[in-house]
Design a protein around this ligand. Structure first.
Ligand code: TRP
Length: 353
């Protein structure tokens, strides 16, 4: 079977370390490994509008920011197709037909959507578009026959819903849609990166992010302000690892040579953790270590971003080219869908219905 990868991000803000470790890093690795037939990366502006109808400007501006973050991290439009959701009308058309294959109570039960509704304080006033975004997301996926969907853990129920729609479509109209599978990061600290305040996952709305575009000074300030162990007051006190943001980040971001480069007095993270637990290791020291690790990661990303930032027209040119390519594929799938459903009136019916 063909391997088609599709991933997407809502353009509601610049991308941060949570995006990087949760998906961007592995996207670039997959891209460069080349073990796929097609690879799509979509900027989900239409999905972002489902809870930003009155904030179009924010969504519009962040299309460029997200594209810059992609390129800065190493996504390469010569290898993969990067495009804008709203530039592909077939996605909206598909969504409309998929809507008939899902019922309202199933949508309301989706744990991810439920959580998001609560978080946004919609109460009973949920925009219909928002409630139904998993249906539109199913269109995003199936339009490209994507079967490998790298997502964060929180998106699993949405992919599950997509699988249900695919199954219902195929049993109702005939085998047209490809069944997608979610893949999530293996390591817990990567699947769900906690914010610098330790209160929840890193998220723009909680204001606890380190952005890929943050400058050196800002990164350091954020690292030095990280939540650690509130009971670890004196250096000699024993410290806790669980819930300690610095250690969660070290788990996620450390590389094989980090200790040799920045903290040669320890062999590995286990040794460092043991010392912290025993007592005698101060927060400042582990924070400075983490700062070094993160600066090394983010400096080249920030530098590349600066170069791409100089030429926004070029970035949009790239996005439109990707969108043209995406339209070719999505339109083909749309044809197949209409023909399977028997609503391709302009072509002779193909005996399926
Ligand atoms: N809902 C995803 C998110 O918030 C974004 C998204 C839109 C997506 N369409 C998709 C993810 C298709 C995977 C596949 O992160």
């Amino acid at each position: 079977m063909k391997k088609v990868i599709l991933t997407a991000d809502r353009p509601t803000g610049k991308l941060h370390l949570g995006h990087y470790i949760g998906t961007l890093k592995s996207r670039v690795e997959m891209q460069n490994a080349g073990n796929y037939d097609e690879f799509y990366v979509m900027i989900a502006d239409a999905q972002a509008l489902t809870d930003n109808a009155k904030n179009v400007q924010k969504v519009r501006e962040n299309i460029l920011e997200v594209a810059l973050d992609y390129l800065a991290c190493g996504l390469d439009p010569n290898k993969i197709c990067i495009f804008i959701q709203s530039e592909v009308p077939a996605l909206t058309e598909m969504t409309f037909y998929y809507m008939n294959l899902v019922n309202l109570s199933r949508l309301k039960r989706n744990p991810t959507v439920k959580e998001e509704i609560k978080f946004r304080g919609f109460g009973e006033n949920i925009p219909v578009g928002f409630l139904t975004y998993p249906i539109s997301q199913t269109a995003d996926i199936t339009a490209f026959n994507a079967n490998i969907i790298p997502v964060g853990e929180d998106q699993l129920p949405v992919i599950e819903q997509a699988r249900e729609i695919v199954k219902t479509f195929n049993t109702t109209y005939g085998d047209v849609l490809v069944m997608p599978d979610a893949i999530i990061p293996k390591q817990k600290s990567q699947a769900r990166l906690v914010g610098i305040d330790g209160k929840g996952k890193m998220s723009k709305s909680l204001g606890n992010c380190i952005y890929l575009s943050d400058d050196e000074k800002t990164i350091k300030e954020k690292v030095m302000s990280m939540y650690t162990d509130p009971d670890h007051i004196k250096i000699s006190d024993p410290g806790k690892i669980e819930g300690n943001v610095v250690f969660e980040y070290l788990d996620a971001f450390i590389t094989p040579d980090s200790f040799e480069k920045y903290m040669p007095e320890y062999k590995n993270l286990e040794e460092l953790k043991d010392h912290y637990k025993r007592g005698g290791l101060g927060d400042v020291k582990i924070k400075l270590f983490l700062n070094n690790v993160l600066q090394e990661l983010l400096a080249p990303i920030r530098m590349r971003r600066k170069i791409f930032e100089k030429n926004p027209e070029k970035i949009f040119e790239m996005l439109f080219k990707g969108s043209d390519q995406a339209n070719l594929i999505a339109n083909k799938t749309m044809e197949k869908i209409k023909s399977a459903m028997g609503i391709n009136y302009r072509k002779k019916f193909d005996n399926k219905n």
